[in-house]
Structure formats: structure tokens, C-alpha cells
Write a protein that binds this ligand. Structure first.
Ligand SMILES: [Zn+2]
Length: 783
């Protein structure tokens, strides 16, 4: 009996073991396999701007993979016009049929942000995940039909996905859309269910959190509330391909990895990419497909706000937000009444005038210290933007320098004293925050919540008499606002500033002044609030009074000096990830034999040597702009534009209306990056062309008097542009042609460590025409 039992036990274990084997036999997302596709996109194909042959190759590669993995339909949906640009972009589509026609769509964009940008993270990684998911899901059981999409033209304004939503015949069957835009989630993954004030339904957002944290056991998914709120208030400024779906009312969600990664720069390459994140994004998409394979709870979008604490999201409905805004406003009014009463009971000594203005000047001093600290540091160390790599250190430096400014302002206050009456300051604080709240309310309750909470806390700080809670409320009021202003993706704004090539002293001062004045104005309600609290009590809050002494300054002055020393030795401004940008641009007129080369750099030239057209040029010191004319005018005849007036110029309406048909020919030696033809006139311009964006219809012009044709990227070396104009007598039309190449016509040799050098040649041509003096063929209309 015992032996039988043991045998049974063994048999049972074997069965269980086999079951486990079968279970684990279900194909899993493979990092290696996804990375192989990524390498094809980034290393073999390279930069893939919209409409480029490289993007076409990528779309074909994706479609071939979809077919290879067993998709019943796999094709490239062509797109010839995108955002008023003539292009040859498209969308790679793979359809994996299920037992129902209900569709779950998984997408990622395969274009990169320009001809110099490999786009490993953005979004080669997402596209590679989509291809890998096609492999995995083709071997798994599923009820829903699964559609895989690699979008073209995302970086030019979500072109591929927008086109797809308008043209895919089964778009009404799409129940759920999952977008993977950047899958280097080695550090964390951002969840993005937003589009312009609307969101994915709550069930989808919640499922993403549960799948990621509970089901998969991953760590590090965040929702950036402040960034998302600002984005939505600005009309969904930085979205992804899920936008078009949400706009159409289809549940859609996007997952994006760390945005503090050098996306949209040549540093978005394989060397800087960590493949570990691919599986995180892939597994999350797989889990969501599994979860909703049998159907989704509803097909809708929603409006709510997400606030994440730890790993848990909290969903706040809009009506609740409006109630909170209302409470803040009511409390502010109450506080204003109470302050007015208290003010009446306070005895006034002699009135001190101009207190409010003096306070603004003091804050200007403090803000100047804050914003000038990194400029000064950069000046000493020889960098325009010393903080590119290590912004946190400079934020701390700014804060400490601000304290030095505070000390100086307090000294000034001795000479130019401000009022002892707390209530006037309290009133100004409340009114300032109320105005901000009302202003933000115009965009909806989500953005309004931030100033409303600041207002609420400020009102409480002014109403309550006890020192500790009122200081805490004041800090809370300030904290909420700081969170909004320095939103999670603030780094992106700073990076774009560090890419600027502004080079005149005046514009640099303008930049700095804009920050100083802007931050002074925005910090005033909190400064007024603080002064009100300070004047209202007998405590020396934050040791302000003691700090006024000489010793106080010595104590806070030493840290910034030490810190600057450490920064100088420890933090390099540029590294493997963050490069400075140098642009070399050659401009020439078509047919002319002279050209001008402009060199602009985001960073100081610092002994930069380049050889251009056989000439060696040294660029020195703290400058970042130079203009030179090469000796040898080689290569400027790269592009030739010629215009032929057709024989069919004719009058229609007794000499007053003329039809003029023109054909423009643009020949280029090599494929241009972009071609733009612009027609302008002083009178209304009626024109028609097969290249017009609205085919068959009237030309879709920028304005009544301007019409533009654009080709992007890398159109043919010969463009034939026939255009028919209806002109009135004496009407003049100006034709301007810009042909841009992604390299220099004039040979150049240049390199600088940690610098991306971007080369462009722009050849321009300009013609003016009207009704020909003696049209070749006149065909007056018969009465
Ligand atoms: Zn992207």
C-alpha cells in the first residue's frame, strides 16, 4: 500500500511538474528579441525622420515582422500628406485575428525626431516592443483581435496615429489602445492617460497600476500630477499617439520612461539605452491585453485628477475639485472680512508709505541673487550653461544665494522700513492668490486646484493665531505652488533653454530678467503672506531678526562658497549623456557662387578650431556666434531652381482676371532634407496644384495672401511643381524656394568633445511674377 501511495505521489508530482512546464511554455516577452529589433532600427537603419527613406524601411521592416509572426494582415498604410507637409510616411499595421472582431490595439512610433537623431529610446524602443509583442501574442490564445501599429510622423505632430484614426476601416471596433512611447524604463515608467483635459476611463488607469505593481511585482510607475495638469491646461502640448484615440472617445493609455533622458538629441543612441526597461513596458502591455481580452467595461473617456501616494493612485472627480476651489474662495472672503475687522482695531502709528513697492524691490534683490548665481558660476568656470548635467546642485546654489539676497534685503529694510501693519499685507496675499485661482479656473478645475489649495492654506495661516500651525499652513501654501511651478518635467524646459543659441548680450540679459521678474511677481503673494504673519506675532519666525546681523551672513555665506568649489571640481557640465550643440549653417542663393556660413553654439566656443573650405578658423573665448565666407565657393550650386511659365496664361474676365500656369523645377545634386516653396502676394492669392494639401479642392493656404508647399523629409532630387494662379491685372506674386540639406556643401572638419555638430546647407531662390506682358496665348472669354 505504501509503495502504491509513494508511486501515486510521484505520479502526481510529475503531473504537476508537467502542468507547470506547459504553463511556463506560454511564450514570454523576450528582452533579447526586442533588443534585436531595436538594433535593426537604430544601428542598421539609423535616424528615421518622418517621410525619410529610413522611416519607410522601418515601416516595411515592422510590417514584414508582423507577417512573419503570423498576422493575417500585415501592410504599410501610406500617408502622403501630413500637417501641410508633402511626405511619404505611413503606418505599419499588423492584424492578428481573434475569435471576435473586438480590437485591442498596441502602438509605438517608429520615426525619430530628426535626421541627426537615432531615436533609440524615443521611440525605437516602443516600436521594438510592439514588434516583440506581435511575436508573443501570435503564440498565445486570445479572443480579441489584436492590431499592432508602428506609427510614422509622431514627432511632426502625431501624424500617423491621427491619419490612422481617420482612415482605418475598423476604428469603431477598437475597444482599447495601448501606446508605448519610450521603453527605457530601467529607472521608472510614467503613466500617461491624458489628452487635453480628458482621460482614459478610470478602470483602465486603475488596471495599469494594479497590473504593474500587484500582478507583475514591478516597482517605479509614477503619474506626474503637476506636469500632466499643466500639459492639459495648455491643450495637451506634449502628448503621444494615444491622443487621437482619446479624442475619438476610445479608451487609450500611454507609458513613457524617464523624460530626463537625452531624447531629441543625437545622444538618444544605443550606448545610452538600458535594455532592462523593455520587458517592463512589454509585460505591462501583455498583462493589460490579458486582462481585457474578454472585453472592456465601457468605451468612453473620463474627467478626473490623479494624485499618487506611494504606489497608490487616488482619483478625484471634477465636481469634487470644483467644491474644493469653492471652499478656498469662501474661506478667502471670510479671511478678508476678519482681517478688515482686526485692521480697524489695530492702532496706527505714523503710516509708512510705499511698503508694498519696497517689498517688491526687496524680492527682486533676492530673485536676482538666486538666478544670477549660476550665471556667475558659469562666467567664472567658462560655461554658458554650467548646470546642464546636475541641475539639482544649482537649485541648491540658487537657494543659498537667495538667502544671501535675503540678508541684503533685510539690511535695506533698516533704511527703507516697511509697514508694521500686518493686515494690509495679508489682504494683498489673499487677493493675489484669489486672482490666480480665478485665472486658472478658466482652464478647468485641475489647474485651479493648485492656487486654490495655496489660497486655502494661506487663508488658514492668516486666520489662525497660534504660531506653529500658521507657519505650517504658510509652508503648505508655498509648497503646493512650488510643486506646480517646478513641475516634474521642469527639466525638459531647462534643457530646451540650454539648447538656445541666443548670442547678443541684450537677449541674454532679457532671458535672465524674464526669470527674475516672473518669479518675483509669482512669489509676491507668499512674501506678503509671510510678512503679515511675521508682523502679526511676537515670535522671530525663522530667526529672521537674528539673521540680520553680520554673524548671520557669515553662517550662510560659507556654504554656497564651499558648494561652488565642490561643484567646480565634481560636476562636469557635459558628459556622455548631455552634449552641447553646435550648428554650422551654410546659406547660398541658387546659381550664385558665394555663400555665408553661420556658426552658432549653445556653449562658448572655447578655442574651437575648424577647417572650412580649406580655411582654418579659430573661434575663441566666451562667444558663441560667428559668420564667415569660405574662400572656395564649392558646392553652392547643389540645387538649381528654374521656373517655366506655361503657354496657357490667358485672360478670362475681359482682361481683369488671368489664369497663369507655372511649373517650378527644383533639381538637387543630392536628396534635400526639406524643400519649401512659398508664394506671397499683396492681393488675395487664388492657387491650385496637385501638390496642394487639400487635393482636388482649393489650396489650403496659411492666409489669403500666402501659400506654402513643403516636402519633408528627403524628397526626390527632382521636384516638378505645377501651380495654377488666378491673378488680377497688375497683381504681383513672389515665389521663394528654400532647399535644405542635412550636410554642408562646403567641406568642413570640426570636432569638439561632448558636442553634437549639426550641419545644414540652405539654398534659396526668389522670383517675382505677374500676368506676363504679352501672354503666349490669349483666349478671351466669349460673351
Ligand atoms: Zn516619442
Amino acid at each position: 500500500v505504501e509503495i502504491v501511495t509513494v508511486a501515486r505521489a510521484i505520479l502526481l508530482s510529475l503531473l504537476v511538474f508537467c502542468a507547470v512546464l506547459v504553463g511556463s511554455g506560454e511564450p514570454q516577452f523576450s528582452t533579447d528579441s526586442a533588443y534585436a529589433s531595436l538594433r535593426t532600427l537604430v544601428a542598421d537603419i539609423g535616424p528615421r525622420p518622418m517621410g525619410s527613406p529610413a522611416e519607410q524601411r522601418t515601416l516595411q521592416f515592422a510590417a514584414d515582422k508582423f507577417k512573419e509572426f503570423g498576422c493575417q494582415e500585415a501592410y504599410v498604410m501610406p500617408m502622403t500628406v501630413a500637417a501641410q507637409v508633402n511626405t511619404s510616411s505611413g503606418i505599419a499595421v499588423g492584424v492578428l485575428k481573434g475569435s471576435t472582431g473586438r480590437i485591442i490595439l498596441i502602438g509605438g512610433h517608429c520615426d525619430s525626431a530628426g535626421p541627426d537623431i537615432p531615436g533609440a529610446n524615443d521611440d525605437g524602443s516602443g516600436a521594438a516592443c510592439v514588434i516583440e509583442l506581435a511575436r508573443v501574442l501570435s503564440q498565445r490564445k486570445h479572443e480579441s483581435t489584436i492590431v499592432f501599429c508602428c506609427w510614422g510622423g509622431e514627432e511632426e505632430g502625431l501624424r500617423g496615429s491621427t491619419y490612422f484614426v481617420d482612415h482605418f476601416d475598423r476604428i469603431d471596433s477598437v475597444a482599447l489602445m495601448i501606446q508605448l512611447d519610450m521603453a527605457d524604463g530601467a529607472s521608472y515608467l510614467e503613466i500617461d492617460p491624458d489628452y487635453n483635459g480628458i482621460k482614459a476611463p478610470q478602470w483602465l488607469t486603475q488596471a495599469a497600476y494594479t497590473s504593474f505593481y500587484s500582478d507583475l511585482g514591478y516597482r517605479g510607475m509614477i503619474y506626474p500630477t503637476a506636469s500632466a495638469t499643466i500639459n492639459s491646461a495648455l491643450g495637451g502640448a506634449t502628448g503621444s499617439d494615444h491622443d487621437a484615440f482619446l479624442q475619438k472617445g476610445i479608451p487609450a493609455i500611454d507609458f513613457t520612461s524617464d523624460v530626463d533622458y537625452p531624447i531629441h538629441t543625437p545622444q538618444d543612441n544605443l550606448e545610452n539605452f538600458s535594455p532592462a526597461g523593455l520587458k517592463k513596458s512589454g509585460d505591462l502591455a501583455l498583462r493589460l491585453v490579458e486582462r481585457f481580452d474578454a472585453g472592456v467595461p465601457s468605451r468612453e473617456t473620463a474627467k478626473y485628477m490623479i494624485v499618487q501616494f506611494g504606489i497608490k493612485p487616488f482619483f478625484i472627480q471634477h465636481r469634487v475639485l470644483w467644491i474644493m476651489v469653492g471652499i478656498a474662495l469662501v474661506l478667502a472672503i471670510l479671511a478678508l472680512i476678519v482681517l478688515r475687522d482686526r485692521s480697524k482695531r489695530t492702532e496706527h502709528g505714523h503710516r509708512i508709505r510705499w511698503s508694498s513697492i519696497k517689498l517688491i524691490v526687496f524680492v527682486l534683490i533676492i530673485q536676482t541673487c538666486i538666478w544670477m548665481s549660476e550665471t556667475l558660476f558659469g562666467f567664472v568656470t567658462g560655461y554658458r550653461f554650467p548646470w546642464v548635467n546636475g541641475f539639482g546642485y544649482f537649485a541648491l546654489l540658487g537657494l543659498l544665494s537667495g538667502i544671501v539676497g535675503l540678508w541684503f534685503a533685510l539690511k535695506c529694510e533698516r533704511i527703507f522700513p516697511i509697514s508694521k501693519d500686518p493686515f494690509g499685507f495679508g489682504r494683498r496675499s489673499l487677493i493675489g492668490l484669489t486672482v490666480l485661482t480665478l485665472f486658472a479656473s478658466l482652464t478647468g478645475p485641475e489647474l485651479a486646484l493648485f492656487p486654490a489649495l495655496s489660497l486655502l492654506f494661506m487663508a488658514l495661516a492668516l486666520l489662525i493665531k497660534s504660531t506653529v500651525p500658521r507657519v505650517l499652513f504658510w509652508l503648505a501654501s508655498l509648497g503646493v505652488f512650488v510643486r506646480l511651478i517646478f513641475f516634474e518635467e521642469f527639466g525638459l524646459i531647462l534643457r530646451s533653454i540650454s539648447e538656445n543659441t541666443v548670442h547678443t548680450a541684450l537677449s541674454l540679459i532679457g532671458y535672465e530678467a524674464a526669470f527674475i521678474v516672473g518669479f518675483t511677481l509669482i512669489s509676491m503673494p507668499f512674501v506678503y503672506g509671510f510678512v503679515a504673519i511675521y508682523r502679526d506675532g511676537s515670535t522671530d519666525l525663522f530667526w529672521i531678526n537674528r539673521f540680520r546681523t553680520q554673524r548671520g551672513l557669515t553662517l550662510v555665506f560659507i556654504p554656497p562658497v564651499l558648494l561652488s568649489g565642490v561643484l567646480y571640481f565634481v560636476r562636469p557640465s557635459y558628459d556622455q549623456k548631455w552634449y552641447s550643440i553646435l550648428r554650422i549653417e551654410q546659406r547660398a542663393s541658387a546659381g550664385a557662387d558665394s555663400s555665408v556660413v553661420k556658426i552658432t553654439s549653445s556653449e562658448y566656443f572655447n578655442d574651437f578650431v575648424l577647417s572650412l573650405g580649406g580655411k582654418t578658423i579659430e573661434l575663441n573665448g566666451r562667444e558663441n556666434f560667428a559668420e564667415i565666407s569660405p574662400d572656395k565657393p564649392s558646392g553652392v550650386a547643389w540645387s538649381v531652381c528654374e521656373t517655366r511659365i506655361d503657354s496657357s496664361a490667358r485672360s478670362v474676365d475681359r482682361d481683369s482676371l488671368w489664369i497663369v500656369t507655372r511649373t517650378l523645377l527644383v533639381h538637387s545634386v543630392r536628396r534635400p532634407l526639406r524643400v519649401e516653396v512659398r508664394y506671397t502676394s499683396d492681393k488675395t492669392l487664388a492657387m491650385n496644384s496637385p501638390w496642394a494639401y487639400k487635393r482636388g479642392g482649393r489650396f489650403e493656404s496659411e492666409s489669403d495672401t500666402v501659400g506654402v508647399f513643403t516636402w519633408y523629409a528627403f524628397p526626390d532630387t527632382l521636384l516638378k511643381v505645377p501651380v495654377t494662379f488666378s491673378l488680377v491685372k497688375n497683381q504681383k506674386v513672389c515665389e521663394m524656394v528654400d532647399v535644405t540639406f542635412d550636410t554642408l556643401a562646403c567641406p568642413v572638419q570640426a570636432s569638439r568633445p561632448m558636442t553634437n555638430i549639426r550641419l545644414r546647407t540652405i539654398v534659396t531662390a526668389r522670383h517675382e511674377f505677374g500676368v506676363p506682358p504679352s501672354p503666349v496665348a490669349q483666349m478671351p472669354e466669349t460673351p
